[in-house]
Design a protein around this ligand. Structure first.
Ligand SMILES: [Zn+2]
Ligand SMILES: [Zn+2]
Length: 392
């Protein structure tokens, strides 16, 4: 029979003399003792010391938590039932009182070779759930978080968001983001025809309709690298985005199929060029990505001829100022070709956020009218390419 070190017995005795301690809590204070779990460790120590058993509900340190593990597991299983997923993780919220008592325990026995109550509960509940449900435990990036709230005696299963990276092309005029009805805030009312939407179609709604349909998610959040006005199309390689699906009840993974469905759903009006799962940090990365975009601007000018158009050359590489407090944006290249009649098509490659309309209307320094020596009328503005971000 194995021998329990003398100093362990000494410290355990000191603890048991002061408080009633259940086997689970006693065991987690002495991980150096052999045993298949904390309960067994605690029992061994207690038996050697000849101390009577304390049930968890009378334990000073867990205040009954270790008598409820089975309840937590059953509640978690019920919660998991309505979800389709692969991996999970368990987290436990314990009242401050229990944390304070745990501190007291470390003061008595020392903190070396111990396990916190949270860690113990998470591991034990996780182990049983894994066995019963066949789901995988993933401490890093789980599909679902099981959250045990000890104080409220409540267990919930919270699906973590899905993040998808892609690039969209906007082939007809529509806003980029969702646009909830202002009367009902998106719940649906008579005014919006119970759609919850002020604008029937946006880039985000085109995706959300399909993605929420197949995942049972609560809502989407579109994070795009830059934005454009509703009346500006986005062509070329499309604008990079990450779309977040909040609280998906079904973990779905055929995103190529989903992409095709989105393109069918909004056929001819917008399209998604690729769609693939990414991690949460992709949102931050996308926001800090340097984006350049090329505008195609068709303007109608009175008498701008070949000679005056030459003046546009000097705009390449210039920094454009608009107002005092507005950020400056750079024009990298500018090209042009004559359109029909007195129209000119300008191709302006500039930094994201460039005040394109103001530049053409002459409200910036420098500006188009300044370079041409006359004012031009805007016929159409579109984005013909977005440079930067991950390719498809
Ligand atoms: Zn206990
Ligand atoms: Zn409404």
């Amino acid at each position: 029979m194995e021998v329990i070190p003398e100093d362990v017995l000494e410290r355990a005795k000191g603890l048991l003399k002061r408080y009633p301690v259940c086997d689970h809590c006693l065991g987690r204070a002495f991980l150096e003792v052999d045993g298949k779990n904390n309960e067994e460790r605690g029992r061994k120590i207690r038996e050697v010391l000849g101390v009577k058993k304390t049930e968890p509900e009378n334990c000073y340190f867990c205040m009954g938590i270790f008598g409820k593990l089975e309840d937590y597991v059953e509640a978690a299983e019920r919660e998991m039932m309505g979800l389709v997923f692969r991996t999970f993780r368990v987290g436990t919220h314990v009242p401050a009182e229990i944390i304070a008592r745990e501190e007291e325990m470390w003061e008595i026995v020392g903190v070396k070779n111990t396990e916190t109550i949270k860690k113990h509960v998470n591991r034990e509940v996780g182990k049983i759930l894994k066995k019963r449900t066949g789901k995988e435990y993933d401490p890093e990036n789980p599909d679902v978080d099981i959250i045990i709230d000890v104080e409220r005696d409540n267990v919930i299963a919270k699906p973590n968001p899905v993040y998808l990276y892609g690039r969209y092309r906007k082939l007809s005029e529509m806003p980029q983001s969702k646009w909830p009805c202002e009367y009902c805030g998106g719940k649906g009312c008579e005014r919006c025809g119970y759609t919850g939407r002020a604008k029937k179609e946006t880039v985000e709604y085109c995706m959300a309709d399909v993605l929420l349909g197949i995942t049972g998610g609560e809502e989407t959040k579109l994070h795009a690298a830059g934005r454009e006005d509703a009346d500006i199309l986005v062509l070329g390689t499309g604008r990079p985005f990450v779309i977040e699906i909040v609280s998906p009840r079904i973990r779905y993974d055929d995103w190529e199929w989903a992409r095709e469905e989105i393109n069918k759903h909004c056929e001819g009006r917008m399209e998604v060029l690729c769609l693939r799962p990414v991690e949460r940090r992709a949102v931050r990365e996308l926001k800090s990505t340097q984006i350049l975009q090329t505008y195609r601007v068709v303007v109608r000018c009175g008498k701008a001829g070949e000679k005056t158009l030459d003046g546009l050359k000097d705009l390449g590489g210039r920094t454009v100022f608009y107002g005092v407090k507005k950020p400056r944006r750079k024009i990298l290249y500018i090209n042009w070709e004559p359109g029909g009649e007195d129209e000119i098509a300008l191709y302006i490659t500039c930094e994201q956020g460039f005040p394109i309309r103001q530049f053409i209307e002459g409200k910036t320094k420098p500006s188009l009218p300044e370079a041409l020596g006359e004012h031009c009328k805007i016929i159409r503005i579109d984005i013909v390419d977005v440079h930067g971000g991950e390719p498809c």
